[in-house]
Design a protein around this ligand. Structure first.
Ligand code: ASP
Ligand code: MG
Length: 842
């Protein structure tokens, strides 16, 4: 129990404000930092720790390395540039004379040290530490002077005078983490004089009094060490981001500040590559439960991230708080079937690495015990390999170990969060998130603390993996997405987009989000989701303009855009085709190949030649993808779903009788009620029941395609040659305008009226019936007795009657309104949701 803390500091405790390089980069930022300190100051409880100005440490390191090469001129130039920058900063803040003198003295010291190091080509870690220490020593003097300009007393302090460390230069450890007496004494003396101590971060004093450094980013660590020494109440780490983020925002643009973290989470995150905090920052504050806050100098009023020992609230379902990545790793695998049951091999491996002073960044043992996989920083890989080959020489020659395999180019991706231990199956969800993007996992390890799951992936996929974990397990605003590329933003496509935008996230499936809209001319892509921009895009389309004309669009074919999107590793992507391009079969095959599922309202590809259809089926099955085309049969009617469910449930479809054309149904109904055929068609055109070219409906082509799709879906009649459809009323001029068709029909009004009358006399009605039995799909006008089930179906209503092994006596009938943009859109959305459900996280 450290004692001797003067009473003045007991109640309330001190507050440490630590400033990072960007927060003091140049005179303006220095002044802003000083103002911020003045605003927050509680004299005599305020202590400041500062790092070097932005980039200065990097530049000093460069000077050190150039000196080691003996390159005098470059060393001189670099020192001169640093001197200029610090003098400019000093002038810019109107530094007082004493400060100016101290700055000059330090700059002289730097140039002498650098010159001596160059002369001697001195590459010692000791000289390294002396040279880089100048950054912090210069910075604190500038910052103290800026604070004094705010009317407060401030004194620059060099921690190299009182913060005791080991002699491990470049990565020194403090002698005590928990309350350095000498630090307390020096700092308290300044506080008692009602001045603000402004202490150098990053540097310390080695056993012989020489300058040491605590490792890159070490000023955070200095701040918490000072806090522990003073038994402070809180430490503010001021930076230029609004707290600790759930991922690197350059990788995951939707990364959010995390309001609260437990110390252990913060420590784990920095160890696994999150750049915000030095890895050892939390050690000094743990024991005294000192609150650490990460705050932004740009938004000082924002809450930032609070870090203490309160367990995290059950925030995300998965318990994962952050996703991070460490690049530059190499996997070393010790492999051999003889390893199973040979005890002590892994222990021996770790001893060998420890002996070589290599600490593994990840260890994973396959449950078969036939291999142990260790990740090490790539620059140590050769050393690790040599060490392992040495200790295992006997096992290698006896073939207990077959090989030690080295795989460079690896990154470790970590999902971090204390709540993970409570949430079951997190590792499975993480693997699924990566699998959904085709990211291969080379090795996986669940930390023994259950605070993290670490995955080794190839470095070129590391960012994708971070995004995958972030999108699927952390970002609660959206839930895990599945990415939709919408081809054909016509009336159906726009209705689909409108419905997707209104969907609430659900826990049993992914939430569809539109990441691309594409027409014949090109399209717009945004891998993070088009969000609000959709309105503009769809309005542009609704006004009849090609997408290529829109700002930010990519010109190209749908397949070009598909490829561009695929290159961005979308999550569980779905191609939604609402176009009427009959030639999209090859686009579909390509989409399946690059990992897309398909929801199509476009009948063309499903009713294409047998070759195209077979290729689609084979690719779908080989890639384990899904194709759904509910709306290609009966718009929003659940025909596709019913048939798949029956088949999956083991039933066997034997026959289908269906009324599949709303247009023909409507026309027949009008004629039955006394209207002329031509007038009935004109009415159907007017009401928008027909395709723009009504011959497509009247010729039976449309029903014929549905018959082929149903034949293929049920497996009853998959071949194009076995599907046919008769025209309703003789041949019509193909491709004609609606008016011309109606005119041509006038000559047939009387004949058709006759036909209807004859049927009525025989107790029948006319229906355009699609019949599918094994090996045949045929649509034609049929006379049905008035009591037949399909005779009861009136007007534009569609009906599909399914006879199966289970429904043998009374067929299963799906009936309802079977046309129109809105019902078609529901069919498409239904397909999308079923796919999203099938692709839900385990
Ligand atoms: N200036 C040092 C560095 O750049 C220490 C720090 O920034 O915390 O690593
Ligand atoms: Mg820093």
């Amino acid at each position: 129990m450290p004692d001797a803390t003067p009473d003045i500091l007991r109640e309330p405790g001190a507050t440490i404000h630590k400033f990072g390089g960007t927060s003091i980069a140049g005179p303006d930022r220095l002044r802003a930092a000083a103002k911020l300190i003045a605003a927050e100051a509680r004299i005599p409880y305020t202590v400041v720790v500062s790092s070097a100005m932005s980039q200065v440490t990097n530049r000093l390191l460069k000077i050190f390395h150039t000196a080691g090469l003996g390159d005098v001129q470059r060393v001189l130039d670099a020192v001169q540039a640093l001197a200029d920058d610090h003098r400019a900063a000093a002038a810019g803040i109107d530094a007082d004379d004493a400060t100016l003198a101290q700055i000059e003295e330090l700059l002289t010291g730097l140039s002498r040290t650098a010159a001596a190091a160059t002369a001697l080509r001195d590459r010692s870690p000791r000289t390294h530490d002396i040279i880089v220490s100048f950054g912090e020593r210069l910075a604190v003097r500038l910052l103290a002077s800026a604070i004094r300009s705010e009317g407060l007393d401030a004194r620059a302090l060099d921690a190299s005078d009182f913060l005791d460390t080991t002699d491990r230069h470049t990565e020194a450890d403090p002698v005590t983490f928990l309350g350095d007496r000498s630090v307390a004494a020096v700092v308290q003396a300044v506080l008692k004089a009602n001045a603000i101590p402004v202490i150098t971060g990053f540097i310390g004093r080695g056993p012989g009094g020489e300058i040491t450094t605590l490792g890159r980013g070490g000023s955070d660590f200095t701040a918490t060490l000072v806090a522990a020494a003073l038994r402070a109440t809180d430490v503010n780490i001021w930076t230029d981001v609004p707290g600790v983020l759930s991922a690197d925002p350059r990788i995951a643009p939707n990364a959010q500040p995390i309001p609260h973290l437990h110390y252990r989470e913060a420590a784990e995150m920095s160890f696994y590559g999150a750049k915000v905090l030095h890895a050892r920052t939390m050690i000094p504050v743990l024991q005294q439960a000192i609150l650490v806050r990460v705050r932004s100098t740009l938004q000082p009023d924002a809450p930032g991230t609070r870090i203490n020992n309160t367990p995290p609230a059950a925030t995300s379902r998965s318990g994962v708080r952050a996703a991070t990545a460490i690049p530059g790793q190499t996997l070393v695998s010790i492999e051999g079937s003889g390893m199973a049951g040979t005890p002590g091999l892994s222990g021996k491996a770790f001893d060998a690495l420890a002996g070589a002073r290599i600490s593994a960044t990840m260890i994973s043992q396959a449950s078969s015990e036939a291999s142990v996989c260790i990740a090490v920083p790539s620059d140590l890989a050769a050393k690790a390999e040599a060490a392992l080959k040495r200790v295992f020489s006997a096992e290698l020659s006896k073939r207990i170990i077959e090989d030690i395999v080295i795989e460079p180019g690896i990154s470790l991706v970590a999902a971090v969060g204390m709540g993970m231990s409570r949430a079951p199956g997190v590792a499975a969800s993480i693997t699924a998130a990566l699998a959904a993007r085709d990211i291969n996992i080379r090795a996986i390890a669940q930390g023994s603390t259950e605070l993290n799951v670490t995955l080794a992936v190839r470095s070129d996929r590391a960012e994708d993996a971070v995004r995958a974990i972030h999108d699927d397990l952390i970002d609660e605003r959206h839930g895990p997405p599945c990415d939709v590329i919408l081809i054909g933003p016509g009336s159906v496509g726009r209705a689909v987009a409108a419905r997707l935008a209104k969907l609430a996230p659900a826990s049993d499936r992914r939430t569809p989000r539109i990441v691309g809209v594409v027409d014949r001319s090109g399209g717009i892509l945004d891998p993070a989701g088009l969000g609000d921009r959709l309105d503009v895009i769809l309005a542009h389309k609704a006004a009849g303009h090609p997408l290529r004309d829109l700002k930010g669009s990519i010109a190209g074919s749908p397949s070009d855009l598909l490829r561009a999107l695929a290159a961005n590793t979308p999550a569980c992507p779905i191609l939604v085709d609402c176009s009427d391009n009959a030639a999209h079969g090859s686009l579909f095959t390509e989409a399946l190949r690059v990992g897309f599922d398909i929801a199509t309202a476009n009948k063309g590809p499903l009713a294409d030649t047998d070759d195209v259809w077979q290729e689609l089926q084979i690719t779908r099955d080989r890639r384990a993808r899904i194709i759904r085309g509910e709306s290609t049969i009966g718009a929003g009617l659940p025909v596709w779903s019913t048939i798949t469910e029956l088949t999956v449930g083991g039933d066997e479809i034997r026959r289908i009788d269906a009324l599949m054309s709303g247009t023909i149904g409507f026309v027949l109904d009008r004629v039955e009620n006394g209207a002329k055929l031509s007038d009935a068609v004109a009415e159907a055109v007017e009401l928008g029941y027909t395709e723009p070219d009504p011959t497509i409906d009247l010729s039976g082509v449309d029903v014929g395609r549905k018959g082929l799709i149903l034949g293929r879906l049920t497996g009853l009649s998959p071949n194009a040659a076995d599907a046919s459809a008769d025209p309703v009323i003789g041949a019509l001029p193909a491709g004609a305008k609606a008016d011309a068709v109606i005119d041509a029909l006038r000559a047939r009004d009387a004949g058709f009226a006759d036909r209807v009358a004859k049927a009525r006399d025989a107790g029948c009605v006319l229906r355009y019936v699609l019949r599918i039995v094994r090996g045949l799909s045929r649509a034609a006008i049929a006379e049905l007795p008035t009591d037949a089930p399909l005779a009861q179906v009136k007007g534009a209503t569609a009906a599909v009657s399914i006879t199966s092994r289970v429904y043998a006596e009374t067929p299963l009938v799906v009936t309802g309104y079977g046309a129109g943009a809105e019902p078609t859109a529901s069919g498409v959305v239904n397909d999308i949701l079923r796919i999203a459900h099938a692709r839900a996280l385990p």
